[in-house]
Each structure stands twice: as structure tokens, then as C-alpha cells.
Ligand binder design. Structure first.
Ligand code: SF4
Length: 51
């Protein structure tokens, strides 16, 4: 997926932090585990064990 200037996916709604095309998302997104370090970093949350 293309990314915005901040690295976020173009499918991600910047306000709701929800996927705008969730039902037709790519396989990579289906394989990606919600809450992984990259997910948390993208959403601006601290990663477990780091503060
Ligand atoms: S699930 Fe995939 S398409 Fe949807 S916002 Fe996340 S990276 Fe983008």
C-alpha cells in the first residue's frame, strides 16, 4: 500500500485510526498481527517494554 508522508498507509483513516478498506485489505494486512510493535509504533503508542 502507498504511504502518506508520515509513513501511514493511505487506507488508514488518520482520525479514527481505522482501515477504510478493511473488508478488501491486502493479504499482507490479513497476515499482520494487530498490536505488533510496528502497529503500535505507527499508531503512536509506546511499544511494550519501552517507555
Ligand atoms: S489494514 Fe492494511 S490497508 Fe488497512 S490501513 Fe492497515 S495497512 Fe492499510
Amino acid at each position: 500500500m502507498d504511504q502518506r508522508g508520515d509513513g501511514a498507509c493511505v487506507g488508514l483513516d488518520p482520525l479514527t485510526k481505522l482501515c477504510t478498506l478493511y473488508e478488501s485489505r491486502p493479504q499482507t494486512c490479513r497476515d499482520f498481527n494487530r498490536g505488533e510493535a510496528l502497529c503500535l509504533r505507527t499508531l503512536g503508542f509506546p511499544e511494550p517494554g519501552k517507555s
